[in-house]
Design a protein around this ligand. Structure first.
Ligand SMILES: [Zn+2]
Length: 186
């Protein structure tokens, strides 16, 4: 992956919670991230949620970012992503996000991510989570609950755009030591 700092600087990060009964979350190129409210039944609490926004951010930048993603950017994400992410949104931003979601579905932006991108998003999502001081085990808990849903009710919408690699949780466990190097708890 090649980083393109000019392109990243043009991202305008925006986080929206959309009231919707499907289990899904998505990221648009340019920085819009949305979480559909039904997924909150899987995230359970703030710590269970902590993996998701960073993971979506990672997807959003997947084509442009690489391992040299700047500290500045990371710091900015963490503050924003995890504390305020879903706190406030006006009716306008909700409508905007809904429109973006519809558009994305239409033009195929919501096509499934590749296995490589999934893996990258997992890795970066964990790193963002660690930087924000969350216990990384919560990411595993979240993914286990996602698996449970899949067993019980068939794949949630989330997995149509985020196909989970077979050994995802095992793979994530292997990523934990690296992510922990970024752990910060102030
Ligand atoms: Zn994904």
């Amino acid at each position: 992956m090649k980083i393109n700092p000019d392109k990243l600087q043009r991202y305008r990060w925006e986080f929206n919670l959309i009231m919707d009964s499907t289990i899904n979350a998505f990221a648009m190129p340019g920085g819009k991230v949305a979480v559909l409210s039904r997924i909150l039944s899987i995230t359970n609490d703030a710590a269970g949620m902590a993996f998701l926004p960073g993971y979506e951010v990672a997807h959003s930048i997947a084509n442009h970012a690489n391992e040299r993603l700047s500290q500045f950017l990371l710091a900015e994400f963490c503050g924003m992503v995890l504390s305020e992410a879903l706190g406030k949104q006006s009716e306008t931003t909700r409508q905007l996000a809904l429109a973006a979601y519809g558009l994305g579905a239409q033009v195929g932006i919501l096509l499934p991510y590749s296995r490589t991108h999934e893996s990258e998003a997992d890795r970066l999502g964990l790193i963002f989570m660690a930087m924000a001081g969350y216990n990384l085990e919560n990411a595993i808990g979240f993914l286990e609950r996602m698996q449970e849903i899949q067993k019980g009710q068939g794949p949630p919408e989330f997995l149509s755009t985020h196909p989970a690699p077979e050994n995802r949780i095992e793979d994530i466990r292997k990523m934990l030591p690296e992510a922990m190097e970024y752990y910060r708890n102030e």
